[in-house]
Design a protein around this ligand. Sequence first.
Ligand SMILES: *Cc1c(COP(=O)(O)O)cnc(C)c1O
Length: 225
Amino acid sequence: MDIKANLENVKKTFVNPNCLLVAVSKTKPIADLKAAYATGIRDFGENKVQELQDKHPELPEDIRWHMIGHLQRNKVKYIAPYVYLIHGVDSFKLLKEINKQGAKIDRVISVLLQIHIAEEESKFGFDKAELESMFKDDHFKALTHVKIKGLMGMATFTQDQNQVRKEFKSLKGLFEELKQQELPDFVKMEELSMGMSGDYLIAQEEGSTMVRIGSAIFGARDYNH
Ligand SMILES: *Cc1c(COP(=O)(O)O)cnc(C)c1O
């Protein structure tokens, strides 16, 4: 696997060169992350707390670690001291736990709210009504150790590009709508994390500011190892 060549090929195709590339290194060995680091990549995405815990001490300190997967509340405490951005905040309960762990160590933790845009029920995320009820909650307004930087979403796993585009458009629409709303100071709609190896071009056309790309850089994942 020529990681350097893959990275060059991926970046060459970017519709928006300012879109941040998060290299999704889940299941991949340290050597692969080092190869990507050597080309200048500093943003890495992992989806398992244990794997993040194992990898981060082995790699340079200037890496920005993105937690991109579903995060269990009882595991927030492990990554709270160093995680750069938690993409998959999919419930108010999880947000409150992140705030609590941030307060314990006096660190404001940056997060994205995950929005359910796909057809699959198996995917996580807020719907619009849940988001609105959270925003109205006094406990929400009183959060002190989280910074909400934007939204994240995953499109349906399908070959139907129109379907994918429609879902990204709906996420972008919500993002723009929230930008216009009066929200607490710790909420800033700046980042829109959407797009993976199979759909990052559509995502960029629809306004993505960060893409999470794994297999197009590191090759297919083998979950049996
Ligand atoms: C694995 C994963 C990705 C990357 O997927 P690829 O198709 O390999 O690019 C992106 N986002 C999330 C949330 C993931 O779990």
